[in-house]
Design a protein around this ligand. Sequence first.
Ligand code: CP3
Length: 320
Amino acid sequence: MRQAGRSLPEYRALRERHGFFEIAGTPELCAEVTLQPVRRHGVDAAVLFADIMSPVLGMGVEVELVEGVGPVVGERIDSAAAVEQLRVSEPEEWAAPILEAVRLVRGELEPDRALVGFCGGPFTVAGYLVEGRPSRDFVRTKTLMYREPETWHALMERLTEQFARYVAATAATGADAIQLFDSWVGALSVSDYREFVAPYSARVLGAAGVPTIHFGTGTTTQLLAEMAAAGGSAVGVDWRISLDDAWTVVGEERAIQGNLEPAVLLGPWERAEWAALDVLRRAAGRPGHVFNLGHGVLPQTDPDVLTRLAELVRSYGHAA
Ligand code: CP3
């Protein structure tokens, strides 16, 4: 349950006193908010508290996470000169507090619960850097890709190197799995994905050294197949596609994470329960199903509904 913290009063209380990157940069606070959803909902995994933009702070980029908007970048990275300015750096230099938080969390978490580290997909993060803020159509990003392919590849090269080092360090420090969030990859055609994105995502996934989850949203079956080919022990799918159809596309030997519509949790419990059971029925007891929402938890979600959902999924597992 990504961004589950947003719906929790205990997270909000902490956020009133501390900035986002202040929490992520203070090992004790970072460990605390990482563990909050596990304590409350009893889920099987903790998601390390950071943001997909955290590694670019280490590259010298100014980023602000604006509530209700998303990441906003100080100056757009949309030219060869701007890309030149991006520094690739050792995680020990810029991510020491996050790595310390990994140690703290791993020390507190029961051995049978996983700690999931993550990074953004190079495409999704490049999109924020080139656009300067969240975008629907990624027009500036695509313009750069088509008009200045060398600049695009240089940007992807640097992001990939930074993310590969980061996920390797996170895993080596104690994360049990790494998730790559290529959240906005659905904006791309299949052939552009193959040419401009897939080799970079593959490199980051290949650097983790632990099981990986490769996630995107708005992914057509063709794009999902390309993402599966690029890598990931598991493929994460959003709610737009039925889980069983997605499984046919990525192949039975692959695990799947997904894919309850997050907004259904805002409706009556009976509807949420039906939708969750539908996901579980479509997974049909396959061993490689990681039950999850198809995207992040919406901030309006009642935390008690999340707890109830976690209980439902657990009891279904036991009954099967
Ligand atoms: O579960 C967790 O809370 C773990 C940490 C986590 C955050 N962001 C913390 C966060 C994770 C895994 C992310 C990933 C992330 N960040 C993604 C990929 C998510 C996915 O499922 O596709 C994306 C696209 C981002 C960029 C980003 N950061 C957005 C769009 C926002 C929302 C802005 C808003 O408030 O509407 C953020 C902010 C953010 N990142 C919050 C949290 C808990 C909430 C705001 C805050 O506390 O300041």
